[in-house]
Design a protein around this ligand. Structure first.
Ligand code: IMP
Length: 245
C-alpha cells in the first residue's frame, strides 16, 4: 500500500520507513509529493496533533496518510516538554537547545526523580475522513550527560528501561544504553514509535475492511452512482434492442 507520511522531520521519516517497509508499505514523504504545508499543531495532546496533521496532509495528498506526533514526558516536570518537545527551548527543532534546557530543569535530581517516557501518537487518515489513532510509549530516565551518535532529539539523554534483543523480542537494558547508543533495530523494538507502528499494523486490516470504499478511492455514494449508471445504460440498451426489433 502506498501511503503519505505527514512529516518534514527526516529522522522520523527514516524510522517510519525502516519499520513499515518490511511490512509492505511504500512510504512517500510530503517532500516526495511536493507538499510543503505545515499544519499548525495547536492541539493539547499528542493524539489531537497527530489527527490535525494527518487530516491536513491527507487532504493535500489524496493518499492514505500517516502522521506522527511524539515527544518526551518527564514525570517530575508534570509531563513537560510534552507536546512542546520539538520547541521546548523556543526554536522548533533545535535539539541541542532543547536538551540543554531539559538538563537545567533536572539539575541535582536523582535517577529515580528523572523518570520519563517517550510517547508517540499515530493517526492513519483515509481520503473520505475515516481515521484511527494509536499510541505507543517507551519508559526510561534522563541522564546527566549526553551519550551516543544515533537517533535524534532527546535520544542522547534517554536511557530506556528495555532494549531489542538479537534473537528477536526485547529485554532489560542492563548496559544502560541511551536510545542514541542503540543500534536502529535495538531502538525500534522498544521505542514509542516502534510500539505504535506495531499496534497500527495489528489493527489496520480490520480498519481497512470496515472503511474499504474510501480506501479503494470510491466513496459509497460513488460506487452506487456507478452501478446506477450501468443499470440505466443496460436499460437503454434493452430499449434500443426493442426499438430495433
Ligand atoms: P513533533 O514533530 O511535533 O512530533 O515533535 C517531536 C519532538 O519530540 C522531536 O523534535 C524530538 O525532540 C522529540 N522526539 C520524538 N520522538 C523522539 C525519539 O524517538 N527520540 C528522541 N526525541 C524524540
Amino acid at each position: 500500500m502506498i501511503i503519505c507520511a505527514a512529516t518534514g522531520n527526516a529522522a522520523k521519516l527514516r524510522e517510519i520507513r525502516r519499520i513499515l517497509a518490511p511490512r509492505g508499505f511504500e512510504v512517500k514523504s510530503q517532500k516526495d509529493l511536493g507538499i510543503s504545508l505545515e499544519p499548525e499543531e495547536n492541539g493539547s495532546t499528542f493524539r489531537e496533533n497527530a489527527r490535525i496533521k494527518a487530516q491536513a496532509i491527507c487532504l493535500a495528498s489524496g493518499l492514505p496518510t500517516l502522521a506522527d506526533d511524539s515527544g518526551l514526558s518527564v514525570d517530575i516536570l508534570n509531563g513537560e516538554p510534552g507536546v512542546y518537545s520539538a520547541r521546548y527551548a523556543g526554536t522548533h527543532g533545535d535539539d541541542e537547545a532543547n536538551n540543554k534546557k531539559l538538563l537545567e530543569n533536572l539539575k541535582g535530581l536523582s535517577e529515580e526523580q528523572r523518570r520519563a517516557k517517550f510517547v508517540c501518537a499515530l493517526c492513519f487518515y483515509l481520503p473520505g475522513g475515516a481515521h484511527m489513532t494509536v499510541e505507543g510509549e517507551c519508559a526510561g530516565h534522563i541522564i546527566e550527560t549526553a551519550r551516543g551518535g544515533n537517533g535524534f532529539g532527546y535520544d542522547p539523554l534517554f536511557v530506556a528501561d528495555r532494549i531489542g534483543l538479537a534473537g528477536g523480542g526485547e529485554g532489560p537494558n542492563t548496559q544502560g544504553l541511551t536510545t542514541s547508543e542503540m543500534e536502529d533495530w535495538q531502538k525500534d523494538a522498544i521505542s514509542h514509535r516502534g510500539k505504535a507502528l506495531a499496534m497500527l499494523e495489528e489493527k489496520l486490516a480490520a480498519f481497512l475492511e470496515e472503511n474499504q470504499p474510501a480506501a479503494g478511492g470510491l466513496p459509497i455514494t460513488g460506487v452506487e452512482k456507478t452501478l446506477a449508471f450501468e443499470r440505466n445504460h443496460k436499460d437503454d440498451g434493452d430499449k434500443l434492442k426493442r426499438s430495433l426489433r
